[in-house]
Design a protein around this ligand. Sequence first.
Ligand SMILES: *Cc1c(COP(=O)(O)O)cnc(C)c1O
Length: 469
Amino acid sequence: MEKNLFRIIPKVDILLETKSIQKLISQYGYEIVLETIREELEYLRTSILKGIQEEEALNQIENLTYKIQDAIIEKNQFNMKKVLNGTGTILHTNLGRAPLSSAHISKIMEIASGYSNLEFDLEKGQRGERYSHFEKLLCEITGAEAAMAVNNNAAAVMLILNTMAKNGEAIVSRGELVEVGGKFRIPDVMEQSGAILREVGTTNKTHLSDYENAITENTKVLMKVHTSNYRIVGFTESVSIKELTSLKKQYEIPVIEDLGSGVLINLEKYGLLHEPTVQESIKNGADVVCFSGDKLLGGPQAGIIVGKKKYLEQMKKNQLTRALRIDKFTACALETVLKEYLSEKKAVKNIPVLEMITRPLEKIKQAAKTFSEKLRSEDFPAEISVKKCMSQIGGGSLPMEKIESMAVMIRPFSITTELLAKRLRSLTVPVIGRVTEDQLVLDMRTFDEKDIDCFIEMLKKEQIFRTER
Ligand SMILES: *Cc1c(COP(=O)(O)O)cnc(C)c1O
């Protein structure tokens, strides 16, 4: 019986001649079709050897072309996909942190699809600097003397310490030895940079005298790290940049600050907790400040460094900079996004991260209402409701901050909520939600209203509420 089955498996040459396979070849190319045919035939032979039922084998042979087609389509799918964010976490590190607006992207497209003056001084007709495109802007916005950017903020910390404190000591408070996401630990990065970490104070309290008493002739910098993703509350004390810089009169040791989030506008105005701005840090006398480009700033992934020209110049000459430098997309994106900050009103409106943070609850309520009504009118086997919820900033910024928001809740009747969540993740455009109290929650602060119709179309077309497997 086995032998007979093997005999009716179509030959590669014969398959290649068929009309449907020919069509696949013209669409996807010969090599991938041939490779896939071989894989599918091999799979079939193995199944037969393992002794599958004759009926099942015949069925597989009959559907062979479809299986080949599905496999080729699968291979041609992109692994990296746009997803819809219903989690309510605005700076979701796993979902790519800060989204850029299409207006910003079209500028980047223009630069990326051709040649540019990335490192070319158009006036002098000679080599220029890649930071020149946004350095002036950063100085104007933050009040610093000089600026540059590297791959991310972890790289910025490393470069600063390597330039300013290699083989010397960097004094930092025990209360600020943070681990941010992805196992990035301040003490470990400091070690990698070649600086010796001198911890002072205790977890909850560090005084100015702790820093002062630790100063030796080997001390190169005093460092302050913003405890982005946690807060020590209660009986606490930390030393401000202003106090640290007061020691400069006597010791002339530069003060550096890793701000993490890098907020450039005062968010208190919009009802949020106070987050120290880059401008404040510079104004209070920090010599060098670094922060992320894709956290509260709302731009591309980058580590931005601003501060005294003397130190920035040393950093630009450091060999490490060559390994950590930003590419042309990032340079362009930084200039494009930073330009918005010339007017706070423009920034809050045109930078998606800031727009989402400051979006009025009323607008979100309206979107939730529209969304739920559209869902209900489709008569899906599910209970649709609207409920208050809390959004988060995320990305290790403002950890205590919860912003009032509105969610659309879906409680499926005939499948489990977990299965619904799983199927939403496997849609053509995957949708990521939260599951709470056996309902699927889509927070409308991060779920773009423009995507509602496309989402409902996918629910229908991809039969998301089907009861079978
Ligand atoms: C987020 C953060 C970093 C790391 O920044 P990346 O841009 O993600 O590399 C470093 N320090 C602090 C305090 C942070 O909050």
